[in-house]
Design a protein around this ligand. Sequence first.
Ligand SMILES: C[S@@+](CC[C@H](N)C(=O)[O-])C[C@H]1O[C@@H](n2cnc3c(N)ncnc32)[C@H](O)[C@@H]1O
Length: 238
Amino acid sequence: MALHLINVEESGTDEAELSRFCDEFKLDLTVEYKGGQYWLHSDVERERPISIEIDQELHRHEEYFKRSSIHKELVARAIGIKGPFRPRVLDLSAGLLGDTLLFLALGCEVLALERHPLVSLLIKKALLNAKHPALAKLTFINEDAGHFLESKPQVDTIYFDPMFEDANGKSAPRKEMRIFRHFIGSDHDAKSVFEKAKRLGAKRLVVKRPKHSIALTSEEAVTFLGKATRYDVYLGVR
Ligand SMILES: C[S@@+](CC[C@H](N)C(=O)[O-])C[C@H]1O[C@@H](n2cnc3c(N)ncnc32)[C@H](O)[C@@H]1O
């Protein structure tokens, strides 16, 4: 079991950390450097490798919002965007930056956290080569959210999208999530992170869930239902 790097001329401390991680958890990972960023190869050969194409994704959102109102977006309402107000968002689970980039495109300032060394490496490399002006509003930190929350960051909205399956295992994963699950597993501490996030006393705590799955907690939430996704919004919690 090992880390296989393709086209990587210089590997630094991040790669060394990832290599140690592969040894510890007996993982076989293939990561390729191509077009200015890292691509994670799937364990299924015919599947295209995954990467984080930041500038392309931000431009795609930008084009979309030229045609459609930001205020109609379900997630925009869930995180508390109203009129010209844009919340400062703490994204506890950056993953492949899908939601983080959407928040930036919506005009929010975002503090994004990711604890996994593999995912964090993909993010850092992708950020090095990204140039979109919206990135001026992003701070990325490679840290565990439970730990980071102890520093009591000042934010309006806390957003949490853990890989947390309910007992029925109803959260059918997208391809990226399937690959993620293979390498990363489940976020078993999601409930305890939620409790810590609650104690921060932000205006909103938003938890993203697959539409039909159980809530992370029994506390009362306002729900925003999409086609496949649900946002459980906990208001003024402590
Ligand atoms: C379902 S994915 C998030 C997907 C992301 N919202 C997106 O749109 O790409 C969950 C990610 O959150 C990270 N994560 C979960 N719990 C975390 C925690 N307590 N601290 C930091 N990262 C965490 C996992 O390592 C994983 O990469």
